[in-house]
Design a protein around this ligand. Sequence first.
Ligand code: NAP
Length: 436
Amino acid sequence: MAHYTIAIVGAGPAGYFTAQALQNSQTPGLTFSIDMFERLPTMWGLVRSGVAPDHPKIKSVSKVFEKIANEPNFRLFGNIEIGTDIDIEELCPRYDAVVMCTGTNVGNKLGIPGEDLPGSLSAADFVPWYNGHPDYTHVNVPLDGDTAVIIGAGNVAMDCARMLALDPTELDTTDTASHALAALHASNIRKVYIAGRRGPEHAAFTSPELRELPKLEHTDVIIDAQAVEEAHDRATSSGDIDKHLASNLEAWRLIAETDPVGHARSMEFIFLSAPIEIKGDGKVEEVIFAVNEIHDGKVVATEKVHSIQTNLVISAIGYKARPIPGISLLNGKIENEDGRVLGTNIYTVGWAKRGPSGVIGTNKSDAADVVKLLIEDLDPVPKQGGDISVVIPQAITIIDQGGWSKINAAEVAAGEPLGKPRFKVVDRSELIALAE
Ligand code: NAP
């Protein structure tokens, strides 16, 4: 019988699904001890700090995560940052394998003039701000203007747009961070544009997200019916279209056919608009777009431009991995081959491995694939690396599974009288005190 010790870095979906894949791979002759490291005192990664608060059902996967974490072969080391508090060089020799599930949390840049003006944010800052990530509570989100512009045509852009365009009373019963909820209640924003640089037929939104838009109770959702028909004609002109695109085109038609009610709040899609400059005197005042056209299936820039006056621009155009000392990055991901970091006992799963694509469940199959390779690679004789506890700096308060359970229970209890699934604590020292 061989018993191996595996470290997982990052307590998000990829991390938990990796732990689950290891647990599911155990046999009488092959067993694992799993140590999961997380730099925050709170767990669940994007399920806590990414998923939009008005989509609570998606967060129910956290029950699965807790089941995995309560298995006897699982230990949690929260509030410890690998690469800072413990070096990769200290970690690797102590484990048979180390699986980096650290995601991608740096927003891609547009690379256009004016992008760094106050009022121009990345979704990588805005999303954790409204979700109560302790490192993002002080992000400055100017909500005093009447218009916001979201750049990008993916589900993150859609989440950002809904958070700004919903009536904030709809968020009162969600786990939106209290600082963000107060700011959204005071917000003057009434018009939210979502700008895609290609056509509706190319948008990365998924159909369920599009189909919920006509059902919004306090927000008109607008798309030009002609733009939808043109997208439909372009998409079908080359023959059969796949079922996801067909479903999206149908969803666009439903949105176009739903007449605006005249709500004070609206969300409007504009397409074939590529941002080329953000203008303003000391802060964002205007976004300039180049008008694109599509010829023979190719997106072609024209000389034409249009602009939108706004004080808030949020770019939701993808993410890249944050550098971790001792880990080599390539194209915004951890440099890897099918999840193996060649020449090391390091593996990677999730967005850190494959880039920011797919839904939470995608990480389950990804984790299973990488764990299969990891098991193939294991030395016949497990390492005797010694317990990691001896290298954890004394000054650090470790949040173990018991501590995290206390934080979790306290937040849920605090949310109950307010009709919320939880009331998030966003201050690190308060979180640590709750765990102790
Ligand atoms: P995404 O789906 O890859 O969309 C990124 C968007 O940014 C695309 O429309 C892309 O346009 C655009 N873009 C990239 N560079 C640009 C530029 N320089 N100027 C203008 N537009 C630019 O990424 P995401 O929205 O960040 O989502 C990441 C993943 O999380 C996706 O798989 C998504 O489905 C998932 N997610 C799911 C949910 C949900 O299930 N509810 C919620 C949030 C996120 P081009 O196509 O033209 O490159």
